[in-house]
Design a binder for this molecule. Structure first.
Ligand code: 8YV
Length: 327
């Protein structure tokens, strides 16, 4: 009998067509995020579900769907899934690491540069027809070259970001749960491990690349922002919730830091309206991994995990191998 799967967010049609050759596929064709109740209803009778970080699978929903064999996330981050609950229910959980490292690192730099050189702010000014004269002091920004780049969270994406700084003659400092090996540090533009406090105090440009968890919730709040230089810029391409958005808005409004480039938010897609009143921010809708090539690679990676899980083979990106060990 063919396995039944739910693809909870629309993806490339040819990816769906390929899945349909092997499985009975129900796929979300609407431009909407399923609520927990809708997901629960649609997962009835399904063997596996493919989701993105927008779909939340709580312990409660997972416990009520213990018939699932696999939950395949099309994202590297998986804080949207209660993995412990999935493991207790014997459900495999997979993600899509590595394929997005370079594209996401590119995007961190996109936001850093746009932020430092006030690209959004000056474009709005131009589009509003306010550009009457070239002025010497118009939209003066911060230099990127020669500056100190701080990275909080030095996993694979953090290291890819650091490598790119070589061309800008930057000094790289980082803080991470664990220190990199000397070889990794050398490869990451000779990144220097520092305390979180020193990172905050010394970075001219600070990029956040941490996963979201109870431990990283609001890891950047009012106290941390207060340590940063008033000229510093902040970039978050990781997860909303690692930054206290209200505290960040206050710091930006009072110019306690210079600017922020944000791709993720605490309650996305809802935005704290305070952000929209600020000119010293660059705001984008969670598109860090959004190149054509990488989103395809992510869809293919999730498909490969799904096919393996439903064929009784260990998926290449299994997050909870204890599920297999238990059998
Ligand atoms: C995803 C991401 O595209 O991989 C992640 O963790 O944040 C993005 O690359 C997005 O979360 C949709 O799942």
């Amino acid at each position: 009998m063919r396995a039944k799967i739910l693809v909870a967010r629309a993806t490339f049609p040819d990816v769906i067509e390929r899945l349909q050759q092997q499985f009975d596929v129900e796929s979300n064709q609407e431009d909407k995020i399923f609520s927990a109740a809708e997901l629960h209803e649609k997962m009835q009778g399904k063997d596996a579900v493919v989701i993105t970080s927008s779909e939340k699978l709580s312990a409660e929903v997972i416990a009520a769907n213990s018939h699932l064999k696999a939950i395949c996330n099309v994202a590297v981050g998986y804080n949207n899934i209660d993995v412990a609950a999935a493991s207790s229910a014997g459900i495999m959980v997979t993600n899509t690491p590595d394929v997005l490292n370079e594209t996401t690192a590119d995007y961190a730099w996109t936001l850093l540069m746009a932020n430092a050189r006030r690209v959004s702010e000056s474009e709005h000014f131009l589009r509003a027809g306010e550009w009457k004269n070239w002025r010497f002091d118009q939209f003066l920004g911060a230099d990127v070259h020669g500056a100190t780049l701080g990275i909080l969270g030095m996993g694979r994406i953090g290291q890819a970001i650091a490598r790119r700084s070589m061309g800008f003659d930057m000094q790289v400092i980082y803080h991470n749960r664990s220190r990199l090996t000397p070889e990794q540090e050398a490869h990451a533009n000779h990144a220097r491990y520092v305390s979180k406090e020193e990172l905050l105090r010394s970075a001219d440009h600070l990029i956040l690349v941490l996963p979201y968890s109870a431990q990283t919730h609001h890891i950047i709040g009012a106290a941390e922002l207060a340590l940063m230089k008033p000229t510093a810029t902040l970039v978050n391409i990781a997860r909303g919730g690692i930054v206290d958005d209200a505290a960040l808005i206050a710091a930006l409004r009072e110019k306690r830091i210079a600017s922020a480039g944000l791709d993720v938010y605490e309650n996305e897609p809802a935005l704290n309206p305070g952000f929209l009143t600020l000119s010293n921010v660059v705001l984008t809708p969670h598109i860090g991994s959004g190149s054509e090539k990488t989103r395809r690679a992510m869809a293919d990676c999730a498909s490969a995990n799904l096919v393996a899980a439903l064929s009784g083979v260990q998926p290449p990106n299994l997050i909870n191998p204890e599920v297999i060990d238990a059998n």
